[in-house]
Design a protein around this ligand. Structure first.
Ligand code: HEC
Ligand code: HEC
Length: 431
């Protein structure tokens, strides 16, 4: 059996272009899966360029392929939020503007596809930037209230509870009935392997699925991307990011992210991203390899891994999934992968609730995030911020926020004697 994310995988994927323990950490998340054919390798390079490219309004003789920014947008490029292909950096208390995050907005009810109903004036998410002549919508600001948690051996950890507010709202008050969800940009490597896992294997897990609208199929499909598993596949996730985050339209999302009341915004030209460009970015994201583990044979790491299973972490952070169908690299079909997620939703308790449902995901539900690459988070200039809104600054803080279905597991973590707790953390750090 081929294995990815642990030892045999290292043997199998080792070689050209893959991050190894002694490589530059800033490149840990930018390496392609080994052995792409020439066409896919060319597409990967083109997609990498588009992912990094700062979009402009146009017209431009120098960059005719990259006009179409806005009229409303969050950032000029994908990489501005997915820093170094890793996490965004959450704001600190002093400069609270959420720059690498999306503040999703909705009101009571559902849209015609069963998804959240967009805000009548601000649309599906707040856009903090606008091109000249189009007022930006405003900024999402985070403040934190800190409090201490004492573990059973007396060690203390400080957690910070975020409070979201809005500044400079240009199109009127949001209104008290508005539901908000602040989401930090997650890492984007390893997602092609995750996309290739069969629905049946995911549905055999212990969490609950989200069924979300697939624009291409015109019907509900299993959600697996987005922090509430709110997107069915990478193509839709990516085309949606272009539309919502950069204001760049495509065949999948031909309309600008404007509310009906925003006439200056709606009047802008479209479409802006052609299918070949979209395909290149999809290939780029699909082909990004997860980093190899660093020291899986260290006895303390091995102890930590056993504890991870023993106290129930792997009930949700499933330790093995399988590649079912991976067109980019057929040699990986059937390979075992170790993203440490079940890709399903879990009720994580009131402390992590956002008060906003997303298709079948409720306010307290979140998709178990993959843990591969966790030990490299923040090492290459990306954010070392965990959980959906980046509130946790360390894996320990992230675990201490686990409530709801994960409460027993988090309690067990708190009660571990220090050496065992540190072994568990050493295991997480090896991922
Ligand atoms: C303003 C910051 C921001 C920008 C810019 C941005 N993203 Fe994201 N991205 C996010 C957030 C936040 C999420 C989680 C979305 C959710 O749960 O609704 C996300 C999710 C994703 C995911 C899914 C990750 C997963 O684990 O499910 C992919 C893939 C992705 N973005 C690709 C892109 C691409 C491609 C671009 C450029 C077109 C882009 N993003 C631009 C913030 C951003
Ligand atoms: C009931 C399911 C469940 C269990 C059990 C569980 N987790 Fe999680 N874990 C999640 C979900 C869901 C999130 C995302 C929560 C959020 O973003 O608000 C998460 C987030 C995390 C994160 C942050 C990852 C990131 O990229 O932000 C870490 C680290 C983590 N879990 C480790 C653990 C460890 C260690 C244990 C065992 C002590 C554990 N989890 C038990 C479901 C679970």
């Amino acid at each position: 059996m081929k294995r990815i994310g642990v030892l045999l995988c290292a043997a199998m994927l080792a070689g050209a272009g893959r991050y190894e323990a002694n490589g530059p950490e800033s490149e840990a998340f930018t390496q392609p899966i080994e052995g792409l054919d020439a066409n896919h390798a060319a597409s990967f390079r083109q997609g990498s360029g588009i992912f990094r490219q700062a979009w402009i309004i146009g017209p431009s003789q120098d960059h005719p392929d990259f006009v179409g920014l806005g009229p409303l947008y969050n950032r000029l490029s994908c990489i501005a939020c997915h820093v170094k292909n890793g996490r965004g950096a959450a704001p600190d208390s002093e400069n609270g503007v959420a720059r690498t995050m999306a503040a999703r907005l909705s009101v009571e009810g559902r849209d015609s596809h069963g998804g959240p109903r967009a805000h009548p004036h601000y649309g599906a998410q707040l856009n903090p930037e606008g091109v000249p002549g189009v007022a930006c919508e405003g900024q999402a600001v985070v403040e934190y209230a800190e409090f201490d948690v004492t573990l059973s051996d007396g060690e203390t950890t400080t957690l910070r509870r975020p409070k979201l507010s809005f500044r400079n709202l240009a199109y009127g008050a949001l209104g008290p009935e508005t539901k908000t969800s602040l989401r930090n940009a997650p890492p984007v490597f390893g997602l092609g392997l995750i996309e290739s896992v069969s629905d049946a294997e995911i549905l055999a897990g212990k969490g609950r699925p989200n069924f979300v609208f697939s624009v291409e199929n015109g019907r509900k499909s299993l959600g697996r991307f987005g922090l509430k598993a709110n997107q069915p596949n990478l193509r839709q996730q990516i085309a949606n990011a272009f539309a919502d985050e950069i204001g760049v339209t495509s065949s999948l999302f031909p309309f600008e992210n404007c509310a009906p009341t925003q006439s200056a915004c709606l009047g802008a030209p479209k479409p802006e991203l052609d299918d070949a460009q979209l395909d290149a970015v999809v290939t780029y994201i699909r082909a990004l390899a997860p980093p190899a583990r660093r020291n899986p044979q260290d006895p303390r790491v091995a102890d930590g891994e056993s504890l991870f299973r023993a106290i129930g972490c792997s009930d949700c952070h499933r330790d093995a999934l399988h590649v079912a169908d991976f067109a980019l690299q057929p040699a990986l079909d059937g390979a075992e992968i170790h993203p440490y997620t079940d890709l399903l939703l879990h009720d994580m308790g009131e402390g992590l609730a956002d008060g906003r449902d997303d298709f079948d995901a409720g306010s307290r539900d979140w998709r178990t995030p993959p843990l591969w690459g966790l030990g490299l988070a923040g090492k290459g200039g990306d954010g070392a911020n965990f959980l959906h809104d980046g509130r946790a600054r360390t894996p320990t803080e992230a675990i201490l926020w686990h409530g709801g279905e994960a409460q027993a597991s988090a309690d067990a973590f708190c009660s571990l004697p220090k050496p065992q707790r540190h072994a568990l953390l050493a295991f997480l750090n090896s991922l």
